[in-house]
Design a protein around this ligand. Structure first.
Ligand code: ATP
Length: 490
C-alpha cells in the first residue's frame, strides 16, 4: 500500500514539473531505472525464500498410534498398497496413484495419518502447509511447488528409499477454485504448477512420489484437483465416536500414572464432539492439574477439570459479588432441576465457576450421537433453557440479563420446530411467513412451554433452594449429589 502511494505521488510530481516547464526527461529515465531494479530485487528475494516452510519430518508415527479412525485407516492403507506393490501395478499396467485427499474437521489426525502412511510404505516424508505458498511475489508459489517435488526426490535418494510422500496441509488455501482469489493470479499459477507436477508423476520414475493433502473444506477445492490421476482418492477423517475417543484417551494416557478411580470410558462418554487434538489436550491438562495438586497420580477429578477447561476455557479470576453468585447458583440449579425431571440421570455436573463467557454451567451426559430430534426432545431442550430465568423469578422475585443466551437458544429451537412443521402452522415455507405470523407462533410455543416449566420449578422450590445454597459453598456439584438432594428434599 505504502509503495502504491509513493508511486502515485511520484507520478503526480513528475507531471506537475512537466506542466510548469521543467525538463523532466532525465528524471523520467532515473525513475524507470529505479523501478526496474526494485522489481528485480523483490523477485530475487522471493525466489530465495522458495524453499521456506518445507519440513522434513520424522516418520516415527505408526497407524497403531492413531486412535479410532478405523475406516480412514483401512481406506488409506488400501490406497497405499498402490505404492507398496508398485512393481505388480506396473506389470498389470495400472495407472499409479498420485494423490490422496484427507478431508475432515481440524485436529482429527490427518497429519498423523500422513506420517503413518510414510512409515507404512517406508517412504521419505516431507510436509508443507498451503499457507506457505501464499506470496506476494509473482512466480514464487510456483517455484516453491517445483522445489517441493525436487526436495521430495532428493530426500528419498538421501535416505535410500524408493518412494517419497509429500504432505500438503490446508490444501484449500492453494487449491481453491481457480479465479476465486480476486487479488492476483499468483494462487492460480501455483495451483497450475501443482497440477503440472502431479501430471508428470509416473510409475517409470526411479523415485515414486505420492501427494497426500489435507483439508477441512473439500467443497472449496478446484475440481481439476479431484480429477482422476490427481487426488482421485478421498479419505474422510471424521470426529471420533465414543469408542474412538476411548482409544485416543488410552493412547495419550499410556505414559501417565492414573489413579484407580479413573474411568476413561466415562470420560470418552462425556466428551462427545471432541476431536483427537481436544482429547490429547484433556490428557495433558489432567496431568497439569495433578501436578498443581501435588498428587502422585492423575485422578478422575483432574480429568473432569481438564474436560471443563478444554470445553469452556480457563477459569476466570473475576470475582462476582455475593448477590451475583447467589443468582447464578439459583439460575443453574433451575436448569439442572428441569434437566433431571425431563431426563432423569442426565446431569453430570453443575458449577458456578466463571469460565470463558459463562458465569456458571450445567453439564449433561451426552447421549449417543443423535442426528434427528423429535418434537418432544426439542420442547424439553427449550424447557431446560427457560428454567434458569424461571428459577430466578421463583426464588429471587425477578429475572436478570443472565438469561439472554438461554432465550437465544430457545428462539433458535423454536425456528427449527416451525421449519420442521411442528408448530400450529403445520408444514410451511418459513421464508413466506409474515413477521406477525412468526411472532405469534413463537410466542404461543414459548408461552406453553414456559407454563409447563414454571409448574415444575414451583413444585421443586425447596430442592432448588437447597442445591443453590450448597453450590454457593462448594462451587460445583456432581450429578450423583444433585440426584441425592432431589430424592431426599421434599
Ligand atoms: P488440522 O486439520 O488442524 O491440521 P489434523 O487433522 O492434521 O489437524 P493432527 O495434526 O494430526 O490433526 O492432530 C493434532 C494432534 O491431536 C496430534 O498430534 C495428536 O496428539 C492428537 N490427535 C488427533 N487425532 C488423533 C488420533 N486419532 N489419535 C491420537 N491422537 C490424535
Amino acid at each position: 500500500m505504502g509503495i502504491d502511494i509513493a508511486l502515485g505521488t511520484g507520478i503526480g510530481i513528475f507531471f506537475f514539473l512537466g506542466v510548469i516547464g521543467y525538463n523532466v526527461f532525465p528524471l523520467g529515465l532515473v525513475g524507470i531505472g529505479a523501478f526496474i531494479i526494485w522489481k528485480m530485487v523483490i523477485q530475487k528475494q522471493g525466489l530465495n525464500t522458495a524453499g521456506r516452510g518445507i519440513q522434513i519430518s520424522d516418520t516415527s508415527v505408526d497407524f497403531e498410534d492413531i486412535g479410532g479412525q478405523s475406516a480412514a485407516k483401512k481406506e488409506l492403507k488400501e490406497a497405499l498398497d498402490f505404492l507398496l506393490y508398485s512393481e505388480r501395478m506396473k506389470e498389470l499396467g495400472i495407472r499409479p496413484l498420485k494423490g490422496i485427499l484427507l478431508s475432515g474437521p481440524p485436529g482429527t489426525g490427518k497429519t498423523l495419518l500422513a506420517k503413518a502412511a510414510a512409515r507404512y510404505t517406508n517412504s521419505a516424508f516431507i510436509a508443507i502447509s498451503g499457507s506457505e505458498f501464499v506470496e506476494m511475489y509473482a512466480g514464487v508459489g510456483a517455484e516453491r511447488v517445483r522445489k517441493l517435488f525436487r526436495r521430495a526426490k532428493d530426500l528419498a535418494r538421501k535416505e535410500k528409499k524408493s518412494s517419497s510422500i509429500i504432505f500438503i496441509d490446508e490444501i484449500d488455501i492453494l487449491g481453491a477454485k481457480r479465479g476465486s482469489n480476486v487479488s492476483h493470479h499468483e494462487y492460480d499459477q501455483t495451483l497450475n504448477q501443482l497440477l503440472v507436477e502431479m501430471d508428470g508423476l509416473g510409475i517409470e520414475q526411479d523415485i515414486q512420489i505420492l501427494v497426500l493433502a489435507a483439508t477441512n473444506r473439500s467443497e472449496a477445492l478446484d475440481q481439476a484437483l479431484l480429477r482422476p490421476g490427481r487426488f482421485d482418492r478421498q479419505v474422510k477423517v471424521d470426529l471420533p465416536d465414543k469408542e474412538g475417543r476411548l482409544a485416543i484417551l488410552n493412547i495419550h494416557t499410556r505414559n501417565k500414572p492414573l489413579a484407580k478411580d479413573v474411568d476413561l470410558g466415562k470420560i470418552a462418554q462425556e466428551t462427545f464432539s471432541f476431536s483427537g487434538a481436544h482429547l490429547e489436550s484433556v490428557s495433558n491438562e489432567a496431568a497439569v492439574f495433578a501436578l498443581r495438586d501435588d498428587a502422585q497420580k492423575i485422578e478422575m477429578r483432574h480429568f473432569r477439570e481438564a474436560v471443563e477447561k478444554v470445553l469452556l476455557g480457563e477459569k476466570l479470576d473475576r470475582k462476582p459479588t455475593e448477590e451475583e453468585l447467589q443468582r447464578v447458583a439459583v439460575h443453574e440449579s433451575g436448569h439442572a432441576l428441569l434437566a433431571e425431571s425431563v431426563h432423569p440421570h442426565s446431569v453430570s455436573q453443575i458449577s458456578i465457576r466463571s469460565r470463558g463467557n459463562a458465569l456458571g454451567y450445567v453439564r449433561h451426559y451426552p447421549k449417543d450421537d443423535l442426528y434427528l430430534y423429535t418434537q418432544g426432545m426439542i420442547e424439553e431442550q427449550i424447557m431446560i433453557a427457560l428454567a434458569g430465568a424461571l428459577a430466578e423469578e421463583a426464588i429471587l422475585g425477578v429475572r436478570s440479563t443472565g438469561s439472554a443466551g438461554d432465550y437465544e437458544q430457545s428462539l433458535r429451537l423454536v425456528e427449527k420446530m416451525i421449519a420442521s412443521g411442528m408448530s400450529e402452522l403445520g408444514i410451511v415455507d418459513v421464508n413466506k411467513l409474515s413477521a406477525d405470523q412468526r411472532v405469534k407462533v413463537t410466542h404461543d410455543i414459548l408461552n406453553t412451554l414456559e407454563a409447563r416449566t414454571r409448574e415444575i420449578i414451583t413444585q421443586g422450590k425447596a430442592v432448588l433452594r437447597k442445591v443453590a445454597d450448597v453450590l454457593q459453598v462448594e462451587e460445583s456439584i456432581c450429578g450423583e449429589k444433585l440426584r441425592s438432594y432431589l430424592n431426599t428434599v421434599a
